[in-house]
Design a protein. Structure first.
Ligand SMILES: C[S@@+](CC[C@H](N)C(=O)[O-])C[C@H]1O[C@@H](n2cnc3c(N)ncnc32)[C@H](O)[C@@H]1O
Length: 233
């Protein structure tokens, strides 16, 4: 997923240009820190105080140059208009967040407004069109049958959350002025692996297989997650 993001950024901006990045729902800041290390000016917006503290702690361990390039704000992703001026960012990330937002459209419209013309909106969402895959591959047939006509699911933390459909988001992105430019499947083969699964020796082959499937129909259509990239017109 990071590779796809870097590729989309590199395809839009000259190599070496310091981009203004907003990471909404950055969690403990893994992606935000990675981009700051690459030289970008990163702002992380996160509503959970514990996550914000973890991100601040991680940032403390970085060299001064990186610390100066990253700003962390505790707040709700739906309130970007309170914190920033429209058009303030070249790249806006919203990864693994839409699941927790009951009405994603206002959030997404706010994120699109934060983008400068030509800016990139990167979304990582749970794929509602493939919710039957996880229980199906686990042999839980009752749950599989229940997963076909819904966008609701229970995640591994036991929380009842929601998924998104590619067709719906394609329409939403067009409607908010950041039409879909590219999309990828993420976790085509590995979604059923437990979180504590040992990293296999042939991890490079695994990543290459995932990468290939994530770019290839029909595999990407049944990926657990979808990575969508919209571009502000
Ligand atoms: C699954 S984590 C993803 C973290 C990170 N983006 C990543 O991809 O690893 C979801 C994060 O979104 C945050 N979040 C959920 N709703 C949010 C909202 N409305 N505003 C800001 N953060 C939010 C949660 O607190 C959590 O840290």
């Amino acid at each position: 997923m990071a590779r796809q993001l870097d590729e989309q950024m590199a395809g839009r901006y000259p190599v070496g240009q310091r981009l203004r990045v907003l990471d909404v729902g950055m969690g403990q800041g893994t992606q935000a820190l990675r981009l700051a290390r690459l030289g970008h000016q990163v702002t992380g917006l996160e509503q959970d105080a514990t996550m914000v503290a973890a991100a601040r702690e991680a940032l403390c361990g970085e060299p001064e140059g990186i610390r100066e390039r990253m700003r962390i704000i505790e707040g709700d992703g739906r309130d970007t208009g309170v914190h920033f001026l429209p058009g303030s960012f070249d790249v806006v990330l919203c990864h693994g967040v839409l699941m927790y937002v009951e009405e994603p459209d206002p959030l997404l419209a706010g994120l699109a407004r934060m983008l400068a013309p030509g800016g990139l909106l990167s979304l990582l969402v749970r794929n509602a069109d493939a919710l039957a895959m996880r229980p199906g591959l686990a042999g839980d047939w009752a749950a599989t049958l229940g997963a076909f006509d819904t966008a609701a699911y229970r995640n591994r933390l036991g929380l009842d959350v929601r998924a998104d459909r590619l067709s719906t988001l394609t329409g939403t992105l067009a409607g908010i002025g950041a039409p879909l430019q590219a999309w990828f499947g993420v976790r085509v083969f590995t979604d059923t692996a437990a979180d504590d699964t040992e990293i296999p020796g042939d991890v490079d082959a695994l990543l290459a297989a995932e990468e290939r499937a994530g770019r290839t129909d029909p595999y990407r259509q049944v990926a657990a997650l979808l990575h969508l990239c919209g571009v502000r017109g």
